[in-house]
Design a protein around this ligand. Structure first.
Ligand SMILES: *[C@@H]1O[C@H](CO)[C@@H](O)[C@H](O)[C@H]1NC(C)=O
Ligand SMILES: *[C@@H]1O[C@H](CO)[C@@H](O)[C@H](O)[C@H]1NC(C)=O
Length: 986
């Protein structure tokens, strides 16, 4: 047929074919150029997706590229490809047929160019989950868009909500998790009637939910959590009858669930936690398709509707921290593969629903702090999936089902503060993942099973205040991770197993108030991290092991036992005064107060002993007379006699440039600059102009009565005390740190001691914040004070040869130098001064009202974490500008209660920040406030160490956050000088 065609026609047909292929090739080569420029822009990506993007391969076979029937590129799908680089939208948008651009979950960075608006053929655009910067451009011309994903992409500034006006076809919109400028809920959105997916969480929205939300009747998913929105939930939301997921947690919504909320019958997942919602849950009764319901931390009240017990799909229920009353529907969780319940911290009564684990999937049963009664249902003993079982602080009774102790996946079993009976059973051998047992204050009896040794992940065992009897199992030594062992106030007998010494992580042992006998195993003295040991009120006999001399304990109590023999020298220190009382058989190697001297036993003849005693009595009488005489004579003189007349003993620990006389001359009324719990403080100006602060501590109490109650071995005791005092001062004066006040020396006489410190011209933080010497401390200065003081305290806790617990951290003990840099003062003093009081109390109690950690109230376990608490209070003072105790906090409330009651919401958080701190620093101030809240956790173990406090504070650095680089000399060096921070005002 071809042969029959005239040759002319044939040639023109060929010509046409050639021409068409030339056009196609031209388009092809343009698009190839565009794609290769995209490849070049993303060249540095750590990926091999571009291997196929080469000169020979067909364009439509490039990895991730799709073409339409004409062979033009219509889709780029390169999500999850580890791409990095800046997108060249100027070229990408020249792809004439591009409909789909999918680049989510990469590391694309830089700005998104204005040219994006030229991609007018797009109906699908995903740039979500990248690390772009700058604002997102106006995309009004992209009127074909149906899917727009920009969530978590780093865009800042104002979002171009107006662009959405042209996009009536939008089906899915996701722009959350971006730090946009604060803006009310965008009204443009509620006109997008085809939306079935709207994600606006965590993108700085304020204001109310517009009633127009009811227009979006196609919505399946609606999320606007983690914003700053408030007001009531509009009734119109009930029109969203296709809604399957609704999430608006962590806003400040208030009021009741609107009538009609129950129309949301398609709802499967609902999370409205962390708001201020009130009223009861009755509107939720028709939501029978709920799979997950989370409403924790609201102000909800009333009963949990009985209907919830019939929700056949429910697997997660979290209602903790509300004011719910009444019983928990007993059939709750019995239908589906129920996963967890947390209804803690309500006022629920009745019994624990028995069937929540009936499908064998339950992970957490958390019902702590309610008013539940009845028994722990036996069904949970078979709940092999259970990780967390916490029902503490209720009124549960009956026997703990045996299998509970042996739950194979359990990590925490917390049944404390109930009336539960039964014993810890041998099943515990199956508890291979159990880390914490809290069973304090129940009626548990029986013995601790030997099998406890097989629960090898145990970190905390608290079985205190029960009626447990028998011996402490030897196998306990196999618990290598055990840190806290509390067995106090039980009926344990037998001896303390020496195997306990192989629990190398033990830091806290309390076995007080049992009937333990036998000797103290010397192995306990070798526990490397032991911090607290209480064996008081037992029948322990034998000598105190010599190994104990190497322990450094913040709590040590062996009182009221049957110990005998010599007290190791290292334990005869005042801090442990009273720790050994009630052991009549103990004796002292050197002369310390209430113990008889060991040497009296050392085989002297009775005659010699009598003679010595007679001489001693005579000597003491003589001393007493002499003392009385001196005291009378002294009273005649003015109390403010010249201190110079006494004999002073100077202990200098730094190179001194002053004489003793210079100091003594200055201790007079007109130089008095402060009065503290422990003594008066004087300012001393030396002849060379140098200023010093001198603390004068009387060794007598305020009435002038000698503090030593028995006057017998007075002199010897006095000498002993002064030796100890000197040792303590020696230690303290060896501490050198820019944020700790320097102690130069001590000058002691018989009646008083002078501690010579460097002088701090700007007084204390307390003065600066709260008194007439108040100055406006700008935020930078406050922040620097917080960090500096934290570092000083960190040094005392972790930087010294031994742990120095301050015991009286407060803003008046944080002094400010000429540049307002902070220094910790009065460290360790509490110990010296308090030890002198010599009460029978085993424990040194110090501190100032408003700063004292709660554990002082019920235990006496003072350790460095008590300092952390007090420091948290100081941080709160810095952020709020309030004193630790203010009338406005209300009855029996201090700053800690007050802050905690306010910070439930972001608004509350803002409201406690000192109004003098400018708006732009509020975020940093809130960061510091959050650290303060951590520091003031009720449980010492939950407080951070000072080391991590410093770290956290530094992470909250305002300069880092707002990106200010303070360059003093224009060199670009980041440097903040004292002068720049010191911005005096009033
Ligand atoms: C181009 O990519 C294709 C597909 O991966 C491959 O088969 C071909 O060898 C590559 N050509 C060159 C020149 O690298
Ligand atoms: C909130 O958004 C920020 C970015 O603005 C992001 O870094 C953060 O992870 C988001 N928070 C959550 C809980 O997704």
């Amino acid at each position: 047929m071809l042969a029959a065609m005239p040759s002319r026609l044939l040639s023109s047909f060929c010509y046409l074919l050639f021409f068409l292929s030339l056009v196609a090739a031209g388009v092809e080569s343009d698009e190839r150029q565009i794609l290769l420029s995209l490849k070049a822009a993303l060249e540095k990506s750590n990926t091999n997706v571009f291997d196929s993007w080469n000169d020979t391969n067909s364009l439509c076979k490039f990895h991730g590229i799709t073409c339409n029937s004409e062979g033009s590129v219509n889709g780029i799908e390169l999500s999850y490809q580890k791409l990095s680089g800046v997108l060249p939208f100027d070229s990408i948008c020249q792809l004439q047929s591009l409909e789909k651009l999918s680049l989510g979950f990469n590391f694309l960075n830089g700005k998104v160019e204005e040219d994006l608006k030229n991609c007018v053929t797009l109906w699908y655009l995903d740039l979500g989950n990248n690390i772009f910067s700058g604002p997102f451009p106006d995309i009004s011309p992209l009127s074909q868009l149906q899917y727009l994903y920009l969530n978590q992409s780093g865009f800042t500034g104002a979002f171009p909500w107006k662009s959405l006006v042209n996009m009536a076809g939008l089906v899915q919109l996701s722009v959350g998790d971006n730090p946009f400028d604060i803006t009310p809920f965008p009204t443009e959105v509620v006109n997008l009637k085809n939306l079935n997916w709207l994600y606006l969480s965590n993108c700085t929205l304020t204001g109310k939910i517009p009633a127009g939300i009811g227009n979006l009747t196609e919505l399946r998913n609606l999320e606007f959590s983690d914003n700053f929105m408030s007001g009531e939930i509009p009734a119109e939301i009930g029109k969203l009858q296709k809604l399957q997921q609704l999430e608006f947690y962590n806003n400040s919504f208030s009021g009741k669930f609107p009538v009609g909320f129950g129309n949301l019958t398609s709802l499967k997942n609902f999370d409205g936690s962390m708001n201020l919602l009130e009223g009861d849950l009755s509107e939720l009764r028709p939501l029978t398709n709920l799979v997950s319901l989370q409403l924790f931390e609201n102000n909800l009240s009333g009963q949990i509707p009985e209907e919830f017990g019939e929700f056949k799909q429910l697997v997660n229920l979290s209602l903790y921290r509300n004011g719910l009353t009444g019983p928990i529907p007993q059939k709750i969780g019995s239908w589906a593969e129920f996963n967890f319940i947390d209804a803690s911290e309500n006022f629920l009564n009745g019994s624990i629903p028995p069937d929540m684990c009936s499908k064998g999937k339950m992970v957490a049963l958390l019902l702590l702090q309610n008013k539940l009664t009845g028994e722990i249902p036996a069904s949970y003993a078979n709940c092999l999936t259970l990780k967390r079982f916490r029902v503490s602080n209720n009124s549960l009774s009956g026997t703990v089902p045996a299998g509970i102790w042996g739950l194979p996946k359990a990590e925490i079993i917390d049944i404390e503060l109930n009336q539960l009976e039964g014993s810890v059973t041998s099943d515990i051998k199956n508890a291979k993942t159990l880390a914490q047992i809290y069973a304090r204050m129940n009626r548990l009896a029986g013995e601790i099973p030997e099998e406890i040794s097989e629960a090898s992940k145990l970190v905390t065992i608290d079985l205190s205040e029960n009626q447990i009897s028998g011996k402490i199992p030897v196998g306990i030594g196999e618990l290598k991770q055990l840190s806290t062992l509390h067995l106090q106030s039980n009926k344990l007998a037998g001896s303390i197993p020496s195997s306990l010494g192989s629990c190398n992580s033990l830091s806290d042992i309390d076995m007080a108030k049992n009937s333990l006998s036998g000797e103290i195993p010397s192995s306990l003295g070798y526990l490397p991290t032991l911090n607290s040991l209480n064996l008081s009120y037992n029948d322990i006999s034998g000598e105190i092991p010599m190994s104990f001399t190497s322990l450094r304990l913040s709590l040590f109590d062996l009182s009221n036992n049957q110990l005998r023999g010599p007290i190791p020298q290292a334990l005869s220190i005042q801090a442990y005064n009273g720790s050994l009382n009630g052991n009549p058989g103990l004796c002292s190697l050197d002369v310390i107060s209430s113990f008889r001297s060991c040497s009296a036993n050392s085989g002297m003849s009775k005659d010699v002993r009598t003679l010595i005693i007679c001489f001693a009595i005579a000597f003491i009488l003589l001393l007493v007379c002499l003392g009385l005489y001196l005291q009378l004579k002294q009273k005649e003189k003015d109390r403010e006699r010249s201190l110079k007349e006494e004999s002073w003993d100077v202990k200098s620990f730094h190179v001194l440039s002053f004489t003793e006389d210079e100091i003594l001359d200055s201790i007079k009324q007109e130089n008095l600059i402060g009065k503290g719990g422990s003594g008066n403080v004087y300012k001393v100006i030396l002849s060379n102009g140098k200023e010093l602060a001198v603390k004068h501590i009387w060794n007598t109490d305020s009435t002038g009565r000698k503090k030593s109650r028995s006057s017998s071995p007075m002199l010897a005791k006095r000498r002993e005390k002064s030796k100890e005092f000197d040792a303590e001062v020696q230690t303290l004066s060896s501490i050198r740190h820019v944020n700790v006040v320097k102690l130069y020396c001590s000058i002691t006489s018989e009646d008083s001691s002078l501690l010579v410190y460097e002088y701090m011209p700007n007084g204390s933080l307390w003065d600066r914040l709260h008194t007439s010497r108040k100055v406006e401390l700008d935020w930078d200065t406050r922040y620097e004070i917080a960090v500096g003081a934290a570092k000083g305290l960190e040094y005392l806790h972790h930087g010294c040869e031994r742990l120095v617990i301050h015991r009286d951290v407060k803003s008046s003990n944080i002094l400010l130098d000429e540049f307002l840099k902070p220094r910790i003062a009065d460290f360790g003093l509490a110990k010296i001064v308090q030890a002198d009081i010599g009460k029978d109390s085993t424990h040194v109690i110090a501190g100032t009202h408003g700063y004292i950690a709660p554990e002082y109230g019920y235990t006496y376990k003072v350790n460095e974490k008590s300092d952390v608490y007090s420091f948290g209070v100081v941080l709160m003072e810095l952020v709020t500008g309030k004193r630790p105790i203010e009338p406005e906090f209300g009855d029996n409330k201090d700053i800690v209660n007050w802050v905690c009651s306010k910070v439930q919401s972001k608004d509350g958080m803002n409201s406690v920040v000192d109004s003098r701190i400018p708006e732009r620093y509020k975020d940093e101030a809130i960061k510091v406030l959050k650290i303060a809240i951590l520091c003031t956790a009720t449980l010492p173990a939950l407080r951070p160490t000072m080391r991590s406090v410093v770290q956290m504070l530094e992470d909250a650095d305002p300069c880092k956050l707002v990106g200010i680089v303070i360059s003093k000399d224009g060199s670009g060096k980041v440097e903040v000088t004292d002068k720049e921070l010191f911005k005096p005002s009033s």
